[in-house]
Design a protein around this ligand. Structure first.
Ligand code: AMP
Ligand code: ZN
Length: 477
């Protein structure tokens, strides 16, 4: 079946045809690392992770690049607030990103390049733009001359005249044209700065994505993604400087943008202060519930955030997990049943679910509709298990299909997160205490108590093993 996706550039759904057969090269604009990321950013990460996983399911080898903007005004300001050197602060929040990414089950990118590690590449591109007359220097700053790039506005569908009339761009006498944007910023005292042909300074925001995407994916890569706020001006500027630098070669083939996560219909954003960090949400909800919730609406539709919706998502996910568990219990039960009629029903339900799932996902990654296919299959499985609490080939296939399709969305339906990441430390501490108590019993030669503790833990699914280095524990899968 063929995959269609909505291309912001052409404003329509298009047949997906990659640059190279069976390979997809994707670049997604990652976070500015000055804080924990919020659920709105989380929506963007989860959406593109889902897109990547589905492309993998379709048999593509996906090269996925997601950058870290680790130097920028907001990082410098936040560094002052936290009393930390800005570059160290940027690194700190990169590490924190990976913890939350793990909780949301985001696959690590093939490359996670950092802006601060690509300054020479950016300088080279800026120099190239100056050489062709698209960039100009004013007292240590370098700007891009938008009116020298005839296609400026092609992604957002705006003309320079509209922008000039509608924009509230600060009047900067030094710019040739009000919409010109910074490629390089002259250093201010106390700020991180690098040597360049224009003196000490740091890159403007947009240029990093040009440098890093070209370096890791090359010109004309397949999918460029980000939140819808990035289409203008960030992506518009990326296109202008990249295609200007490449002398007209196409930068990226498909442009994809997710809609916002909103609160009371307003964009969740750090600057508005109406945000919840994923780290905060993880106190009350497992990462998989947050993920399930974020994928429950098509990525191009706004999604309003509130607790009730998260609770509903939790219930929905639990329904799927329960179905998988009940099937597992039936499969593990001794004796199998091969009632031909129910066998055929289950096999059909599994293949219908796969077909409906693929149809939904092939239509511009409609994960919300894909959920319906999973619930339908779960319902048939539940009905079967209630009537025939025994294993059958059909049940095995149906359960396998449900687990596999869940995995394509990054959901592990077989192992519900009853032990949340943030509870793992607590678990370790409790188990340390249990092992200490048991060790004390053994020292006192109270073997009965030591065995009793081991047996009770075993009943709870925790295995205690005695080794020459002392006792160890593990969760029995
Ligand atoms: P930032 O760290 O602000 O640069 O944002 C990182 C990514 O999250 C960008 O792709 C943004 O477009 C995206 N983003 C920011 N806020 C939201 C939101 N409320 N809903 C969805 N995506 C968002
Ligand atoms: Zn970018």
């Amino acid at each position: 079946m063929s995959l269609k996706l909505y291309n912001t550039m052409t404003r329509q759904k298009e047949q997906f045809q990659p640059r190279e057969s069976k390979k997809v090269a994707m670049y997604v604009c990652g976070p500015t690392t000055y804080n924990y990321f919020h659920a709105g950013n989380g929506r963007m990460f989860v959406v593109f992770d889902m897109i990547r996983r589905y492309l993998m399911y379709k048999g593509y080898e996906v090269r996925y690049v997601q950058n870290f903007t680790d130097v920028d005004d907001k990082i410098i300001q936040r560094g002052n607030v936290e009393g930390m050197e800005p570059l160290a602060l940027g690194q700190k929040y990169i590490e924190e990103y990976f913890k939350d990414a793990l909780a949301l089950n985001l696959l690590p990118a093939t490359v996670h390049p950092k802006a601060t590690e690509h300054i020479p590449e950016m300088i080279e591109i800026i120099q190239g733009l100056i050489n062709t007359g698209l960039g100009y220097e004013v007292e240590g700053d370098v700007y891009f001359a938008v009116d020298h790039f005839p296609d400026y506005g092609k992604l957002s569908g705006r003309t320079l005249e509209d922008m000039k009339a509608g924009a509230r761009v600060e009047v900067d006498e030094r710019k040739h044209y009000p919409m010109d944007f910074a490629l390089w910023k002259k250093a201010k005292p106390g700020e991180p700065a690098w040597e360049s042909p224009w003196g000490l300074g740091r890159p403007g925001w947009h240029i990093e994505c040009t440098a890093m995407s070209l370096k890791y994916l090359g010109a004309g890569f397949d999918i460029h993604g980000g939140g819808e706020d990035l289409a203008f001006p960030h992506h518009e500027n990326e296109i202008a400087q990249t295609e200007g630098y490449l002398k007209g070669q196409t930068f990226a083939r498909y442009w994809m943008h997710n809609a916002f996560l909103t609160i009371n219909q307003e964009k969740m954003s750090k600057s508005l202060g109406n945000f919840f960090t994923v780290r905060e949400l993880l106190v009350n909800y497992p990462g998989e519930v947050i993920r399930f919730y974020l994928l429950g609406t098509h990525y191009r539709s706004p999604l309003d955030f509130n607790d009730q919706n998260l609770v509903m998502a939790q219930k929905g996910l639990e329904r799927l997990q329960t179905s998988v568990r009940l099937a597992q219990e039936a499969i593990e039960r001794v004796g199998s049943l091969n009632n031909e009629q129910s066998q055929a029903e289950l096999l059909k339900a599994a293949s219908d679910a796969r077909e409906a799932f693929e149809k939904a996902m092939d239509d511009d990654f409609n994960s919300a509709l894909a959920y319906a296919a999973l619930f339908e299959l779960a319902k048939t499985m539940n009905g079967y298990v209630q009537e025939h609490p025994a294993s059958s080939e059909g049940l095995v296939q149906a359960q396998k299909t449900l687990i596999e399709l869940g995995e394509v969305l990054g959901l592990d339906l077989l192992h519900p997160a009853n032990i949340q990441v943030e509870n793992e430390e607590m678990m370790t501490q409790i188990m340390d205490a249990v092992l200490q108590i048991r060790s004390r019993s053994r020292q006192k030669k109270d073997w009965e108590m030591a065995d009793f503790i081991r047996d009770v833990m075993k009943e709870k699914g925790i295995l205690i093993e005695d080794t020459p280095q002392g006792a160890r524990w593990q969760i029995k899968k």
